[in-house]
Design a protein around this ligand. Structure first.
Ligand SMILES: [Zn+2]
Length: 300
């Protein structure tokens, strides 16, 4: 039986690699491999491939992905000397979360990210908290996320009632998933009030194997659907995969506009995501300067 290389469509000879790549593609490094995969997904988007073709292609690509590990190191503490606190986001955290969460997160600080992308920083915040190198403009994370969404979207939708509205919209969400490969600035068209943003978060949690705690302010005045949608915990499909001792990561939905200047006469939508980290007291910081594995300070 003959088959084609998953990355270049070249006919494979009998001693082809088990993950479906030809000799030449197999010799590419990890970064080059993910660039090739992104190109394949782009082509599927351009030709508007149907679900079956897309699914089969993504299954092939997943075999290649399985040959590579994604290395993450979860940041556990805010180091006051390394990070800037995001002052605009603080009131969203301290004044607009449910009371129990205000107490729970009183030691946490929003971090200001250096970014030229003024829009949704969801991916950047998550990559920052997981210490993922982003010089490749998130290509590897982007490819892993897209393929995971194609392969598992049905499962996420069945498992999570907040994704119900995607139930009978397969052509629409498939188009959205694949179009992510075409955007130069990723996530540009993510709308925080859309179920597809939640789908992305479930998938990122699964791909990175981390629990993502997403905090979203209650802005009152209107039925707070956005809080209801985004104030939740996203977990990987198999909780057994998560290291029980691993810290969840925390993100906060906020705005570029100061809370005091928000127009409360119209519904509010977050236009920004910031990472959250527990703050370490200065004295502890000095004592533990060379120790990377800080423990969070218990609540005051
Ligand atoms: Zn090849």
């Amino acid at each position: 039986m003959t088959s084609k290389c998953a990355l270049c469509d070249k006919q494979l000879d009998s001693n082809f690699r088990l993950d479906g790549r030809c000799e030449e593609c197999w010799r590419c490094n990890q970064a080059q491999t993910f660039v090739k995969m992104l190109e394949i997904i782009r082509n599927l988007a351009v030709k508007q491939a149907d679900f079956d073709e897309t699914y089969q292609r993504c299954r092939q690509l997943q075999l290649v992905i399985d040959s590579y590990s994604i290395y993450i190191t979860i940041l556990k503490q805010l180091k006051i000397r390394d990070h800037y606190i995001d002052k605009i986001a603080i009131p969203y955290l301290c004044d607009r979360l449910p009371k129990t969460d205000i107490k729970l997160y009183e030691n946490y600080c929003p971090i200001e990210l250096e970014t030229s992308d003024q829009n949704n920083n969801l991916l950047k915040s998550i990559a920052f908290l997981c210490s993922i190198n982003t010089v490749d403009n998130f290509i590897e994370l982007r490819v892993r996320n897209i393929i995971d969404m194609v392969l598992n979207a049905d499962t996420y939708i069945k498992k999570n009632s907040d994704l119900n509205e995607l139930q009978n919209m397969k052509p629409t969400w498939l188009r959205w998933i694949l179009d992510n490969a075409r955007e130069e600035i990723w996530c540009q068209k993510d709308l925080p009030n859309s179920a597809t943003t939640s789908l992305r978060l479930y998938s990122l949690s699964n791909v990175l194997n981390v629990i993502i705690k997403s905090l979203c302010p209650q802005m009152f005045g209107y039925a707070d659907a956005i809080h209801h949608r985004l104030h939740r915990t996203y977990t990987p499909l198999s909780l057994q995969k998560v290291n029980a001792y691993e810290t969840p990561i925390h993100i906060l939905w906020a705005s570029k506009t100061a809370l005091s200047c928000i127009d409360t006469s119209s519904p509010w939508l977050p236009d920004r995501v910031v990472p959250l980290l527990p703050l370490m007291q200065i004295t502890q910081l000095e004592n533990l300067e060379s120790n990377e594995m800080y423990l969070p300070i218990p609540g005051k």
